[in-house]
Design a protein around this ligand. Structure first.
Ligand code: SF4
Length: 177
């Protein structure tokens, strides 16, 4: 333990450097998102996140959206504590049998009109947990899904681009599958 503490004190953090292009890509996606939110909703897009059985890898990437680098509140996106305040229900993980009812109740608590976004390969079809005795399946097995963002886990940028595509489709400006 002492050795590990000492090692952590003398070694640099193992973060990866950001590519030179990424800040510009992020700013462009953010500006497009802010415009789409203003056209569609007026001010902001409120997201309620539900973990229906994930390994928490997807949550780490979702948390990154609020860190100092992505800082998505500046684009008009915010995570809310209550489904009654949400426009988007964002769901991670396969839906476990234990979480099925909670997910259904949360879905019904989000006011209409609403969008459901399934995050990650597990959200699509159960991913690496598919076939488990504890798993119902992907999110679409339980509630209607408007957008699936693939990846294990998807990056924060992929989530921003997915949300942008969702809003632009709602705007009649783009088509996503
Ligand atoms: S998609 Fe990958 S990171 Fe996300 S919950 Fe499933 S296993 Fe974990």
């Amino acid at each position: 333990m002492r050795r590990r503490l000492f090692k952590n004190l003398v070694t640099a953090p193992s973060t990866e450097p950001v590519s030179e292009e990424e800040p510009a890509v992020l700013d462009a996606a953010g500006a497009a998102l802010r415009g789409a939110i203003a056209r569609r909703l007026g001010r902001s897009l409120a997201i309620r996140e539900v973990d229906s059985g994930s390994c928490n890898g997807c949550e780490l990437e979702i948390h990154a959206l609020n860190n100092a680098y992505y800082d998505v509140e500046r684009f008009g996106l915010r995570f809310v504590a209550s489904p009654r305040h949400a426009d988007v229900l964002m769901v991670t993980g396969p839906v476990t049998k234990n979480m099925r009812e909670a997910l259904e109740r949360t879905y019904h608590a989000v006011p209409n009109p609403k969008w459901v976004v399934a995050i990650g390969d597990c959200g699509r079809d159960g991913g690496c947990f598919a076939g488990s005795y504890a798993v119902v399946g992907g999110v679409a097995e339980v509630i209607p899904v408007d957008l699936h963002i693939p990846g294990c886990p998807p990056t924060p940028m992929a989530m921003l681009q997915g949300l942008l595509a969702l809003l632009e489709r709602a705007d009649g400006r783009a088509v996503i599958s």
